[in-house]
Design a protein around this ligand. Structure first.
Ligand SMILES: Cc1ncc(COP(=O)(O)O)c(C=O)c1O
Length: 353
C-alpha cells in the first residue's frame, strides 16, 4: 500500500516554523483557550469511544440523523480517513482541485478518477461526473465550500450530484469543514438521503484546530464500519477536544457571527488587493482564495518560494493542489497580521514588477 506525500504539509513544513506570517492557513483565526473551561475532570478515554451519546445526539440533529449515525473523531482528517477505509472498494471519484486527503487516501485503497472544476468560476460539469462513475464506484467525493478555490457549489448542483451518486448506488461524501463560514449554509449532504455522508470538525469554522475534534455523519452501516477502523487509529476522540467542542457548539451562534464578520472584512481587503494588483480570483466563501500567479513568475511555486525567502510570509503554491498557475491565500488570521502580510506582498511585487 502506498500513499503520496502530502504536498501542502511538506511545503508548510519547510517554511512555516521560521516565517513571520502565515498567510496560507485555511481556517479562521484560532480562539484562545481562556474563552473555554478546559478542565474535563477525569483524563480517561471518552467513553463510549465513539463519543458522548448526548453530544452525539446534538450533532446528529444537524443531519436529521440518530446519535448512532454520528462518530466523533480526531478532526475531519480522521473522519475522512476512517470513512474512506470503511467504504473503499475498487474505485472512487473525487472533484478536484481539493484538499489532498480527499483523493490520496482513497487512491491508497483503490483507484480514483478526478473530475476538475472549471476555472475561472470553478464550475462543476455534472455530465463529466456521470461519465467518471463506474458500476463499482464506492464513493463520490466533494469538498463544499471548496479548499482551495473557495467555490461554494449551489444547492441544485449538490442535489443533482446526490441523485447521480444515489442512482449509481454510490455514496456522496461531502467534506463540509468550511460550511458554517457561509452566510447561508446549504443543508448538509448527510441530510439528503441514505447515500449522503458529511464530514466536519470544529477546526475551520469555529477556529478550534487544537481540539482535534471532528465527526462523520451518515448511514448507520457506514458509521459502524468507520468506527471499526477508528478502533485501530485513535480509539476515542480527545477528552479535552470533546469538552471544549461541546462548549463551542453551545455558543455557536455567537462564535460564527464573529468569525463570519471577520471573514467578510478580510475577504474584502484581499479582494481589493487582488484587483489593485491585476490578479484574478473567484470571490471565495470561507477564508481561502485561489488567485492567479503575478506576471513574471514561472509558477505558483517559484512565486511562493521567492516571497517567503524575501519577506518571511507563507503563501501556498497551487501545484500542491495540481494547479501550478495559482496560489492559495488564507485570510483567516488576525487583522494586523493580514495587513502586514499584504503590505509585504505589495512591496515584494513592486520590487519584482
Ligand atoms: C477540506 C479539509 N478537510 C479536512 C481538513 C483537516 O481538518 P481537521 O483539522 O478537522 O482534521 C482540512 C484542513 O485544511 C481541509 O481543508
Amino acid at each position: 500500500m502506498h500513499i503520496e506525500p502530502f504536498e501542502l504539509e511538506r511545503f508548510f513544513d519547510r517554511f512555516e516554523h521560521d516565517a513571520d506570517i502565515m498567510l496560507a492557513e485555511s481556517g479562521i483565526e484560532p480562539r484562545d483557550t481562556a474563552e473555554f473551561d478546559t478542565d474535563p475532570g477525569e483524563l480517561g478515554y471518552v467513553i463510549p469511544t465513539g463519543g458522548d451519546p448526548a453530544f452525539r445526539e446534538t450533532v446528529a440533529a444537524r443531519y436529521d440523523r440518530a446519535p448512532d449515525e454520528v462518530l466523533f473523531t480526531c478532526g475531519a482528517q480522521e473522519a475522512n480517513f476512517v470513512t474512506f477505509a470503511a467504504l473503499m472498494g475498487e474505485h472512487a471519484v473525487t472533484v478536484t482541485p481539493t484538499y489532498q486527503s480527499l483523493h490520496a487516501v482513497p487512491d491508497a485503497f483503490g483507484e480514483v478518477t478526478t473530475v476538475d472544476l472549471d476555472p475561472p468560476e470553478w464550475e462543476l460539469d455534472l455530465d463529466a461526473v456521470q461519465e467518471a462513475l463506474r458500476p463499482e464506484t464506492a464513493v463520490l467525493v466533494l469538498n463544499n465550500p471548496n479548499n482551495p478555490t473557495g467555490r461554494y457549489l449551489p444547492r441544485e448542483t449538490v442535489e443533482a450530484l446526490y441523485d447521480i451518486a444515489a442512482d449509481n448506488g454510490t455514496y456522496l461524501l461531502c467534506d463540509e469543514v468550511y460550511r458554517l463560514l457561509a452566510e447561508d449554509p446549504l443543508p448538509p449532504v448527510a441530510s439528503l438521503g441514505e447515500f449522503g455522508i458529511s464530514t466536519s470538525s470544529v477546526t475551520k469554522s469555529h477556529g478550534l484546530a487544537g481540539c482535534r475534534f471532528g465527526w462523520v455523519a451518515g448511514p448507520r452501516e457506514v458509521v459502524e464500519a468507520a468506527a471499526n477502523w477508528k478502533d485501530y487509529t485513535t480509539i476515542s476522540p480527545s477528552t479535552f477536544g470533546q469538552h471544549v467542542a461541546r462548549q463551542a457548539l453551545d455558543r455557536e451562534a455567537e462564535l460564527l457571527a464573529e468569525n463570519r464578520a471577520q471573514a467578510a472584512d478580510h475577504r474584502e481587503r484581499v479582494g481589493e488587493f487582488i484587483a489593485d494588483h491585476g490578479l484574478d480570483w473567484h470571490e471565495p466563501t470561507g477564508v481561502n482564495g485561489f488567485p492567479t500567479v503575478p506576471d513574471g513568475f514561472a509558477s505558483g511555486r517559484s512565486f511562493c518560494e521567492a516571497f517567503v525567502r524575501e519577506e518571511s510570509v507563507v503563501l501556498a503554491p497551487g501545484d500542491a493542489f495540481g494547479v501550478p498557475d495559482r496560489f492559495r491565500i488564507g485570510f483567516g488570521l488576525a487583522t494586523e497580521e493580514l495587513t502586514e502580510g499584504l503590505d509585504r506582498l505589495d512591496a515584494f511585487l513592486a520590487r519584482h514588477g
